[in-house]
Design a protein around this ligand. Structure first.
Ligand code: 4AD
Ligand code: MG
Length: 448
């Protein structure tokens, strides 16, 4: 790896220094006496222009293969570029092809490909500017998640992927069976986790502040631009915390991640600003500048009913909010992120804390303009009897004995939430389809 990365060269501009660069050819242009290669090595959006004289000794043997897509090693001297479009360039003394690319068959020839086309070549699309930029932003924000929690004394828990409980109770679980069809390998039916929350609660009730950040799986058959069958969730869980404290942390985290993207991903965000959402900066800035609006479900229903708007799904108290309602609330009623709290008990999972009115629970959903629900959480039911009553309604209790134990032994007030990492990335980049913010999307009928 004794070579220079292009992003560093472009930043440090070591004029006159001899360097070796390794990357892939994006384009080649020839004029009479000089040829130009645009080389990208994945370190950033920008290419390095490599200039060479095709009549130099040794070059004639490689010239016909030196085409878009091939892997090259170029050695030469960095100099000021006389031409507009780039600040520095590499004047090559030697160029080696280290990975040939079958030109005629190579799908990534064009400069601009549609996102639909790129989806059909998921293994090659990281070579496009836009998916490459997305991968870098995703990685940076993943790091920022860990940094945020570390700065605040949270302990990361690697919650299991294989579980025997259904956290959300929605039944959209992928079952785990062996190749021989054995369904009870673990002594009972098991599946892929839909959320690390229940296990995170066990650790929160010992370590105080914990989080889990990993893949979660849902077999819901929803072919939308906001649902995946495999997605990543950020889930903190805090002991001695109520619903208000829970919302405070979620707001702080979302703002932190957006500011982090502003400060650390500027170059990569530029491509989204140019080709995906011209309004990107204003949209992100708006989140940072304002407190999230906090309203109860009751108030949300009143605002929606009073709006005079004809929704595709008309709504009355007791119904769950659909995406159209969520977007209407934050885009048209409040023009800001909206946190809706205290939903009817009947439409939320068993673990949410029952309010004094006995009709609602201490739940919260965070709704973002253009996205709808980006996070969901609650204060957890810490009272053994009340939790048991909520669970009795049709759950296999023997699967949750360990969870009930948490309420028998030192149960305290606690709360947490889950942010869909892909939905956050959609918001930060403006990408319309969730399949374009994850490397290899899994959705009904799709898994490369
Ligand atoms: O609202 P959800 O289902 O909440 C939970 O799973 C809780 N156990 C979290 C917790 O309190 N620890 O999911 C949380 C978030 C949603 O708000 C949404 O952003 C995202 O996860 N999400 C999905 N993202 C992509 N594809 C899907 N199929 C998603 N389902 C939920
Ligand atoms: Mg939810």
């Amino acid at each position: 790896m004794d070579s220079s990365r292009i992003n560093l060269l472009l930043r440090t501009r070591p004029i006159g220094t001899e360097v070796t660069v390794k990357g892939w050819v994006r384009t080649r242009r020839d004029s009479k006496s000089v040829s130009f290669l645009e080389i990208n090595d994945g370190s950033g959006l920008a290419n390095l222009q490599v200039v060479f004289d095709p009549s130099m000794p040794g070059f004639n043997t490689i010239l016909k293969d030196l085409a878009t897509g091939c892997g090259v090693e170029a050695r030469g001297v960095i100099r000021h570029s006389p031409a507009p479009g780039q600040d520095i360039e590499l004047e090559a003394r030697a160029i080696k092809i280290v990975g040939k690319c079958e030109s005629a068959a190579y799908p990534m020839q064009k400069k601009h490909h549609s996102l639909e086309f790129l989806r059909s070549v998921a293994h090659l699309r990281p070579r496009s500017n836009i998916i490459g930029a997305m991968a870098r932003i995703r990685s940076r924000l993943s790091y920022a998640v860990h940094r945020f929690f570390n700065e605040r004394g949270f302990c990361q828990i690697h919650t299991p992927i294989i579980t025997t409980s259904d956290c959300e109770g929605a039944g959209d679980i992928f079952q785990v069976i062996t190749r021989d069809g054995e369904r009870e390998f673990f002594g009972r039916r098991a599946g892929l986790t839909v959320s690390g929350q229940l296990e995170a609660e066990a650790y929160a009730l010992a370590l105080g502040r914990v989080y889990t950040f990993g893949p979660t799986f849902r077999a819901e058959n929803s072919n939308t631009s906001r649902h995946l069958a495999e997605f990543w969730m950020i889930e903190p869980e805090m002991a001695f915390c109520d619903l208000a404290g829970d919302i405070d942390l979620a707001e702080e985290l979302l703002k932190y991640l957006i500011l982090f993207a502003f400060d650390n991903c500027a170059a990569d965000l530029e491509i989204f600003r140019r080709f995906v959402d011209k309004d990107l900066s204003r949209r992100l800035q708006q989140i940072l500048d304002h407190d999230f609006i906090r309203i109860s479900y009751d108030e949300a229903i009143k605002a929606l009913e009073g709006s005079g708007r004809n929704f595709e799904f008309p709504l009355e108290w007791g119904d769950d909010l659909q995406s159209e309602h969520e977007k209407f609330l934050c885009e048209e009623v409040y023009n800001a992120p909206v946190v809706v709290t205290d939903y009817p008990r009947a439409i939320k999972p068993f673990y949410m804390r029952v309010n004094d009115d006995k009709k609602t629970v201490a739940a919260m959903d965070i709704l973002f303009p253009g996205i709808g629900e980006i996070a969901g959480g609650s204060q957890r039911e810490e009272r053994y009897g009340v939790l048991l009553d909520a669970m009795d309604e049709g759950m296999e209790l023997d699967r949750y004995e360990w969870y009930l134990d948490l309420r028998r032994f030192g149960s305290v007030e606690h709360a947490g939430f889950g942010i869909g990492f892909e939905r956050l990335l959609q918001f930060v980049t403006g990408m319309g389809n969730i399949r374009d913010v994850i490397a290899f999307p899994r959705a009904p009928g799709q898994a490369l």
